[in-house]
Design a protein around this ligand. Sequence first.
Ligand SMILES: Nc1ncnc2c1ncn2[C@@H]1O[C@H](COP(=O)(O)OP(=O)(O)OP(=O)(O)O)[C@@H](O)[C@H]1O
Ligand SMILES: [Mg+2]
Length: 609
Amino acid sequence: MSSGNTPAHPATASASSADGADTATDQGPSWPVFRRLLLDYVVPQWRVALVATATMLAYAASEAAFVALIRPLLDDGLVAQDAAVIRFYAALLVGILILQGITFFISQYLTGLVGREMIKRLRLTAHDRLLALPQAAFDHLSTGQTISRLTYEAEQTANASTKAAITIIRDGVTAVLVLGYMVYLSPRLMLITGLVLPVIAGLVATINHRFRQLSRRVHHAVGSVGTVAEETVHAHPEIKLFGQADHERRRFERLNERSRRQSMKFAATRFASVPLIRLTVGIALAITLNLVTLDAVVEALTVGTISSFIGAMLLLNRPLKGLVKVNADLQKGLTAARRIFEIIDMPAERDDGMRTLARAQGHIALDGVRFSYDGEREVLHGIDLEVAAGETVALTGPSGSGKSTLVHLLPRFYEATAGQIRLDGVPITEYRLADLRRQFAPVSQDTTLFNTTVAENIAYGAPEGASRAAIERAAEVAYARGFIEQLPHGLDTEIGEDGALLSGGQRQRIAIARAVIKDAPVLILDEATASLDTESERYIHAAFERLMAGRTAFVIAHRLSTVEGAGQILFLEDGRIVERGTHAELLARNGRYAGLYRMQLAPQGGRSG
Ligand SMILES: Nc1ncnc2c1ncn2[C@@H]1O[C@H](COP(=O)(O)OP(=O)(O)OP(=O)(O)O)[C@@H](O)[C@H]1O
Ligand SMILES: [Mg+2]
């Protein structure tokens, strides 16, 4: 009864995150996303955010003060040869630098704090939503994408948006203050600079744009390398048996080469851009100096003014660069945020039943139950069924006839599209969801085991925890004691990702032990389609028998020998119950069930899918 998605692979996450970054384009307006991020994830931390902003402003002021210091230091100190003035400004300089250091540290630290908190909350909210999603939602969620959204894209959201905040507040104010000071210094010089500066800005923007483009391609190329590597690890039995090693090698080589080429292009642009930008700035400076020699300008200039001015120009470089690409940063963050919000906004499972239920008797009735997964193709066409408390009902029938679907409706993994299901006479929708689900214990075709010890996997059946003795007893009842004792550390043996270190029959017996611990009044046994050896099968059969005593049980069996003793046997075909009765009745009727039974008894007998 797990979602049937493939287990998580780290490589899947990184690969699809790379793809995610690549395909990320702006869909829809940014403002609502921005607003939501601000209101839900920053406003709750307003105190920290406020202090961070204040220190950013102080930092910006210190930058401007630094430039402003140059003129009096030169004109009043050095040119005028006044030692006291020089000493005063030297001390002031150190003071400003200390202030700058402190405000830099605090503002960066606090924005980091806001960002990390934002990541934590985004992840928690998204994860909470995953826990609350209906089963149907998981049929459409890609594991890799979901992991990528909770990990990589949560980071991306916070990193890009805090970076944008720093740029807008700190660099924006720095730029305004420094530009203002330049106008104050010499409006004419500023006018000249104003003509030259846009040319530099344009050039820098062009180079940056190219840079971003390449960086995206590099990202994508690295992502594809990851995807192929992941498949090599994941599909190695197929690669070996189908002799596809050469094919995989060529595929990997091609992508690997593409990744190398893209990275080198990226490096070339990057290293060419540095001298190019410097040259442009140099030329601009030369032009400015030439213009300065014009009589009208030069008259008003002192050494201090010119030095201060040039200092200001150099200082402006960094904040302006940041401001040019702040929108790109912001968009990157908002795109990532949008993708997490997509998960957070998925509708949760309906849980509006009010009725509480400690322990059900286990009487179950289905009345004209119909179901469709997609709202188009109906998979169950009106199922009527009554199961007394403690009775065992067996479901048989060809593959795809709707057996698993039917039992999935009982704990409301999916909601019936028509008809009614009642537990102890009450429609199951009227119970609180948690109470309803407490009544069922699954031993399904695809029980998920966790990457931890045998004991913890068994104890998973009891949400409130289970004692060591209880775990041992459950293992005993499930006939799992024997093989568990053979494991290197017994109950404390780690069993690997999804129980990879166990055989099919062993896994199933752990699942049975889990159900024993849960001690629910209704059992759902979805027998594995994969065949087990007779020995394991006998153990599992015996464990089922023990488990079923005194409980209502739904048994989906492919081997009819398992179900002969059931109180009633249903033969499903194409979403309908086509035969029902006891084993003897169905044999006497000589219909579909009898045919299948005889076929399985025959020595070369096959088995329904
Ligand atoms: N999650 C799903 N989304 C859409 N369709 C589904 C889903 N699960 C099953 N189906 C479809 O519903 C039908 C019934 O499937 P179901 O799993 O109930 O069959 P089954 O009787 O349990 O088969 P098997 O014996 O092979 O386990 C099939 O046609 C199947 O394709
Ligand atoms: Mg099934």
